[in-house]
Design a protein around this ligand. Structure first.
Ligand code: UDX
Length: 437
């Protein structure tokens, strides 16, 4: 059991901090945003993440998890400090490390004993060395410290499960001492033989970027296969299934759609390309995946135009705004460009999302007409576009839905509707890689 301070209570910091408490450590989660800390102290969770509230409640009750905005004191009392603050993308694709570096300076000023300073946030390769320099130069005592890289592999919507039951734990360390402390932090996983990859800091930082970038490449690849499948009468689902039966490929992340979004893939792919450029290494494959991902939004818009060539004054119902199901996150969601494209074509857009509608209006489209139910959204629509694979949309009753529409046109950008039923009930439809099945 170790005394841990996690700085940053976003979905990475809050999930990681709570998970570390659940492993038996004493954890204090800090944030400079007092309102977030106040909410957490009242037992309210500022982010939507299935299972997180129960996990927080359980560990607060067990007195293993507390919250504070007093970062100085929390750092002084901790043995291991996790940096879990945002690393947003700068204009040229470079990761913005200002928050990370500011936190490193705060830690340096409160280095009153040996501490491990661990980056949990996704940080470019080489950041660990940078933090070593900052803390070395800013510290006000001769206390020793170690920099550790411990990247997260949390998917939004399943972050709690991903933390408690990870495929692997990656530890980038510079000393045996740091390795032993970190293994103690993750003792329950260590005991149940979760694969632990112990390596140096740059390799650990690279593992995170290489993993995310590869997943993004996989998604853009299957999207391009789907786009050709539509032209040649192939069924991308069968193609993906048969591909996935090859153990070297695996069937995961071969679901075509409107392109990837979220707070990670778009940012991490650009950051990896940028890091490569800094070292005269061209990440042409990742760059191609980025380009293909941008194009995929237009592929969905083209499908909409095929079904509804004249959009001026017509009503288009958009079902799903979150960048993926089971999250309220709309960062880099395909829905944004697609709705903007519909508006430019003169369509009247009505939108629905079970939980992300308010965020979409708050952060991007304040004028967006949002509805409280699917039926309200599709009432009188000349075209329906499904953009997020919410389970309630998978279960759409196509027979009952049709009378509400002004015209039976559906673009299923997530391939969640039954092609047989779309045909049986007389819909004009497009999906992604199965339109001529
Ligand atoms: C991702 C990584 O999976 C996770 O390991 C990392 O820590 C953070 O980034 P996240 O962005 O939360 O997690 O969601 P993920 O489930 O990976 O999906 C990312 C995007 O890819 C979403 O827009 C999703 O809709 C899309 N996607 C995913 C596809 O289009 N097809 C797929 O087969 C899988």
């Amino acid at each position: 059991m170790r005394k841990i301070c996690v700085i940053g209570t976003g979905y990475v910091g809050l999930v990681s901090g709570t998970g570390l408490a659940d492993f038996g450590n004493h954890v204090i989660c800090c944030d400079i945003d007092q309102s977030k800390i106040d909410l957490l102290k009242k037992g309210e969770i500022p982010i939507y993440e299935p299972g997180l509230k129960e996990l927080v409640d359980r560990n607060v009750k067990a007195k293993r998890l507390t919250f504070s905005s007093d970062i100085d004191t929390s750092v002084r009392d901790a043995e291991v400090i996790f940096i879990a603050v945002g690393t947003p993308m700068g204009d040229n694709g470079e990761a913005d490390l200002r928050a990370v570096e500011a936190v490193a300076k705060t830690i340096a000023k409160n280095l009153n004993s040996y501490k491990i300073i661990c980056t949990k946030s996704t940080v470019p390769v080489g950041t660990g060395a940078r933090l070593q320099e900052i803390v070395e130069s800013e510290k006000e005592s001769d206390a020793e410290f170690d920099i550790v890289s411990n990247p997260e592999f949390l998917r939004e919507g399943s972050a709690v499960k991903d933390f408690l039951l990870p495929d692997r734990v990656v530890l980038g360390v510079n000393s045996k001492r740091a390795e032993e402390v970190m293994k103690d932090v993750y003792r329950p996983l260590f005991i149940n033989e979760t694969p632990m990859v112990v390596t140096n800091v740059p390799s650990s930082e690279m593992i995170k970027y290489a993993s995310n970038a590869f997943l993004a490449v996989k998604i853009s690849f299957i999207n391009e296969v789907a786009n050709l499948a539509d032209k040649v009468g192939a069924d991308v689902h069968t193609v993906a299934r048969a591909m996935g039966l090859d153990g070297r490929i695996s069937s995961k992340f071969l679901h075509p759609g409107p392109g990837y979004g979220g707070s990670c893939f778009p940012k991490d792919t650009e950051a990896l390309v940028y890091t490569g450029e800094q070292h005269d290494v061209q990440f042409q494959v990742v760059q191609a995946a980025i380009n293909a991902n941008k194009t995929q939004r237009n592929v969905i818009l083209d499908k909409a135009t095929e079904l509804l060539p004249e959009m001026e004054g017509k009503t288009v119902a958009v079902l799903g705004l979150a960048f993926k199901a089971n999250t309220d996150d709309v960062r880099d969601t395909p829905a944004l460009e697609i709705i903007q494209g519909l508006n430019e074509a003169g369509a009247n857009v009505k939108a629905y999302d079970p939980i992300a509608a308010e965020n979409m209006k708050k952060f991007f489209l304040p004028e967006l007409t949002t509805c409280k139910s699917v039926i309200e959204t599709v009432e009188g629509a000349d075209l329906v576009i499904i953009l997020t694979e919410w389970n309630e949309l998978r279960g759409l009753g196509l027979k009952d839905l049709k009378p509400h529409l002004n015209a039976p046109n559906i673009v299923d950008a997530r391939n969640i509707l039954s092609v047989d039923q779309l045909k049986e009930f007389g819909y004009n439809y497009r999906n992604v890689g199965r339109s001529n099945v």
